[in-house]
Ligand binder design. Structure first.
Ligand code: NAD
Length: 442
């Protein structure tokens, strides 16, 4: 099949590339000229493991190409996917749909012959109908249908998620549309991936309900972690004890500094806005948002507390800035709250992230950028782990001890074991677990 993918961000580029890997002919479009020139030169503008090889292979096979010319991509396509951003609108938290609607208009002007227009972007209930209205208004003669195919991939594991998803959700309006979507996802039928066909609006809501539920699950274990600290219980034991219950499940029960990233913060806000609009308030999600916002700020206080209630004139080494490992995405990362709060309290921050520094430089000021974890620790009064990159999981603790002014670590991702850190001579603070200090010798 011929596919046009509008938007080459984390979702558009991965989805377009994976569709070409399935054997379809895919043209990816972006209005950002730098992005398209980079892709045409064979450079990948985002960090996503495995993507470069997959793009290269499919470009060489002639199934994948990149253009700024939407007409060239859409003209003759069987399916056109909209994968543009839907950020939070300032002020009211509603999803900003201006990019989606602008794309719909441009698609309408370019389409030729029957075209299935599919929203892959995360969009509120009713957006698909509005896309349909815009296309109809722009091109009354057009032969098209609109479908919704929300994307569930996770950055950092995006290719695996697209190729082996838990499910594919398709909101489609006719057998003709369903058949096109079935053909597009045919390789997934072979491994028996559940493909759920629904109404347009149902598919739109499934995506928000899924993300809100996951944000709630993280927030739940974060609050339990706070209680664990008070009652001297290890939250990881509690998480295991409840996670083995099949009704609860063990995933998304890792206590940490609060969720961030390009999806949960904006999607929870947008779902709450939809609830208000239809007089069906989602009070539980409103609370989740509030708790999570406070938590990110509270994490800086935790680091300050570990430093003896003041970081004035002190240096804090920060390891990890992205909202999670294996991505360069800094959107709504907890580090964006934590680092400025530490600086406002008088700390100098020395920071290192394996992939996030170019993006972080645009968002954080007055940080001493470091070349690795040991460079960051050099001369610092404390070391804080904000993101659980694999390379931070097995640091040379002896070396760290010689570099730090004092052996103090605040691990907001629980990647070390308290007993191990005590053994290594560190004062060690983590999330939802007792603080340990080095054993007095002699
Ligand atoms: P992104 O910001 O990384 O990329 C969006 C791209 O669209 C940009 O490159 C932009 O230049 C381009 N664009 C905007 N308007 C355009 C137009 N009219 N024509 C051509 N290109 C245009 O966004 P993203 O992270 O890929 O997210 C896209 C959508 O997918 C959002 O709705 C998001 O909520 C959803 N989503 C994201 C993820 C994720 O992990 N990032 C996961 C699932 C769903």
């Amino acid at each position: 099949m011929r596919v046009a993918m509008i938007g080459t961000g984390y979702v558009g580029l991965v989805s377009g590339t994976c569709f070409s890997e399935f054997g379809h002919t895919v043209i990816c479009v972006d209005k950002n000229p730098d992005r398209i020139s980079a892709l045409q030169r064979g450079e990948i503008p985002i960090f996503e493991p495995g993507l470069e090889d997959l793009v290269d292979r499919n470009v060489k096979a002639g199934r994948l190409s990149f253009t700024q010319d939407i007409k060239a991509a859409v003209d003759g396509a069987d399916a056109v996917f909209i994968a543009v951003g839907t950020p939070s609108r300032r002020g009211d938290g509603e999803a900003d749909l201006s990019y989606v609607y602008a794309a719909a208009k441009e698609i309408a002007q370019a389409m030729n012959g029957f075209t299935l227009v599919v929203t892959k972007s995360t969009v509120p209930v009713g957006t698909g109908r509005e896309v349909e209205r815009i296309i109809r208004e722009t091109r009354p003669d057009a032969d098209f249908e609109v479908a919704s195919n929300p994307e569930f991939l996770r950055e950092g594991a995006a290719i695996e998620d697209f190729m082996r998803p838990d499910r594919v959700v398709c909101g489609a309006q006719s057998e003709r549309s369903r058949e096109i979507l079935r053909n597009l996802y045919r390789p997934l039928y072979l491994n028996e991936t559940p493909i759920l066909f629904t109404e347009l609006e149902t598919a739109e809501l499934i995506k928000y309900a899924a993300n809100a539920f996951l944000a709630m699950k993280i927030t739940f274990i974060n609050e339990v972690a706070d209680l664990c600290e008070r009652v001297k219980v290890n939250v990881q034991d509690v998480a295991r004890g409840i996670g083995l219950d099949g009704r609860i499940g063990s995933k998304f029960l890792h206590a940490g500094p609060g969720y961030g990233g390009s999806c949960f913060p904006k999607d929870t806000l947008a779902l709450v806005a939809t609830g208000r609009k239809y007089q069906a308030p989602l009070r539980i999600i409103e609370t989740v948002i509030d708790i999570n916002d406070r938590r990110k700020r509270h994490m800086a206080d935790k680091i300050i507390g570990a430093c003896g209630d003041s970081v004035a004139g002190k240096t804090v080494a920060v390891l990890g800035l992205t909202f999670k490992p294996e991505t360069d995405d800094m959107r709504d990362s907890p580090s964006l709250d934590i680092v400025p709060t530490l600086q406002a309290a008088g700390a100098t921050v020395r920071a290192y992230d394996p992939e996030g520094i170019p993006e972080a430089k645009k968002l954080l000021k007055d940080v001493v950028w470091c070349s690795d974890a040991y460079d960051a620790a050099n001369g610092a009064d404390a070391l804080a782990i904000l993101t659980e990159w694999n390379q931070f999981r097995a640091l040379d603790l002896r070396r760290l001890k010689t570099l730090l002014k004092q052996p103090l670590m605040v691990d907001l991702r629980n990647i070390y074991k308290p007993a191990e850190m005590q053994q290594a001579g560190f004062t060690y603070h983590s999330i939802g677990r007792p603080v340990v200090a080095p054993k007095a010798s002699g």
